[in-house]
Design a protein around this ligand. Structure first.
Ligand code: TRP
Ligand code: SF4
Length: 400
């Protein structure tokens, strides 16, 4: 809402596989071309569920960062950092906690689901219940408006939006708001001020959403406003409060489903995954031995790609003529399964060759990676600090 800014994070709970790559990472790489991006390793989030095995998290943090760089994230375009190195996330989590009704947290579907799923650990903890509050802090502290996440995170984003609204409602009040807002409008210059007022009226009197969007765009394109005036002008559009923490939007992108080698969901803990930087001989071995249509016992039996876990991999890695060849060859028993799998093997190897190459640089020189992350953490901290100054002031914690 202030400027376009993308933020997302991943939990460091193991090596990344091609399911992660096609489900999220590839999209991040694309986003960095078009927007300001911040991506972080959510190590505190990992601790909410894996608090008994911190050594796994510690190892995964660096592996994961190498996987990100291997995938093509460019530290010159995107800010890469580790959550716990920006302790302001913890401060905002604490402060947001003050205004978060416990009932909101208990109603988040993942709260009960995960407790059911991860029966082997005790997740009746304060940290786990507060997970979405911390996620809110991660996002709101950068005033990020675009948050690429999977379907499973949409309920968290909805809660984060409600938290932002609640925060602005409680702390965006200020004495003389209307006068201050009107004075800020004047600072836009007469032409823009007139346009702003027209759009605001259209939204307030007729609920015209496009006018609201146009007014926000006008503000985004205006450079010479103080942060306080900016918050007032965004807030004045809709009501009588400053917008200190803008509401973020989930960015849902169609991504292909990547089945595991056994047709179940790909997951390292099921032992059915192909890693992002898998040894080429292992890629070949894993695909050659992966399951196919179980009805196709012998070479002479026709098969059905629709129930074969290899088929979704063709959807990702093969071109249209190859897919035609698969459908015809499989259903007529014209090709064997090993033959069918070869283009998938070739596709994965082609995809991973540049990843191995990019990763090698960091494997050879670990300090290089440490430096990139140190720079990213520093930049993230500067941005976070700006928001925190505002938040502390709004909550009466400035003590000057
Ligand atoms: N909860 C996310 C997940 O499990 C990870 C995450 C933590 C995140 N904080 C975030 C994602 C902020 C987006 C924005 O995948
Ligand atoms: Fe699966 Fe291909 Fe074998 Fe058909 S030919 S069963 S699609 S691996």
């Amino acid at each position: 809402m202030f400027t376009d800014r993308v933020l997302s994070g991943m939990r460091p709970t193991g090596r990344m596989h091609i399911g992660h790559y096609h489900g999220a990472l590839r999209n991040w790489v694309r986003l960095q071309e078009e927007h300001e991006c911040l991506f972080f390793v959510a190590d505190w989030h990992a601790l909410t569920t894996h608090y008994e095995t911190p050594e796994d998290i510690e190892r995964s943090v660096w592996d994961m960062l190498i996987d990100w760089l291997a995938a093509g994230l460019d530290p010159n375009r995107a800010t890469l950092f580790i959550q716990s190195r920006v302790p302001e996330h913890a401060e905002l989590t604490l402060l947001l906690g003050m205004i978060t009704p416990v009932g909101w947290l208990e109603r988040v579907p993942t709260y009960k689901d995960q407790q059911e799923k991860l029966k082997d650990r005790d997740l009746a903890t304060w940290g786990f219940l507060g997970y979405p509050v911390m996620q809110g802090a991660d996002i709101l502290i950068y005033r990020a408006n675009m948050v690429p996440v999977g379907e499973d995170q949409v309920s968290h984003l909805e809660l984060v939006r409600e938290l932002a609204r609640r925060f602005n409602h409680i702390y965006g009040r200020e004495p003389g708001f209307e006068d201050k807002a009107k004075a800020a409008v004047k600072k836009l210059g007469s032409k823009k001020a007139k346009r702003y007022n027209e759009l605001r009226t259209a939204f307030q009197e007729q609920g015209d959403e496009p006018s609201l969007a146009a007014a926000r765009e006008l503000l985004e394109d205006t450079q010479n406003l103080s942060l306080g005036d900016r918050e007032r002008l965004f807030g004045w559009l809709e009501g009588s409060r400053r917008v200190i923490l803008p509401e973020p939007q989930a960015l849902l992108t169609e991504t292909p489903k990547v089945p595991g080698l056994d047709g179940q969901k790909m997951s390292k803990s099921y032992g059915n995954a192909i890693l992002m930087r898998e040894d080429p001989a292992e890629v070949t071995r894993k695909i050659r031995t992966m399951q196919t249509d179980p009805a196709r016992m012998r070479r002479g039996d026709p098969g059905n790609p629709d129930i074969c876990p290899v088929w979704p991999l063709h959807a990702i890695y093969s071109d249209a003529p190859t897919r035609d060849w698969v459908v015809k060859g499989c259903t007529s028993a014209g090709i064997g399964c090993l033959e069918c799998k070869q283009p998938v093997i070739d596709g994965i190897l082609r995809e991973q060759a540049p990843m191995h190459e990019r990763a090698q640089k960091y494997l050879d020189d670990p300090q290089l990676l440490r430096n990139i992350v140190a720079d990213g953490c520093e930049r993230a901290r500067e941005l976070a600090e700006q928001t925190m100054e505002d938040v502390r002031e709004a909550m009466g914690l400035k003590y000057t």
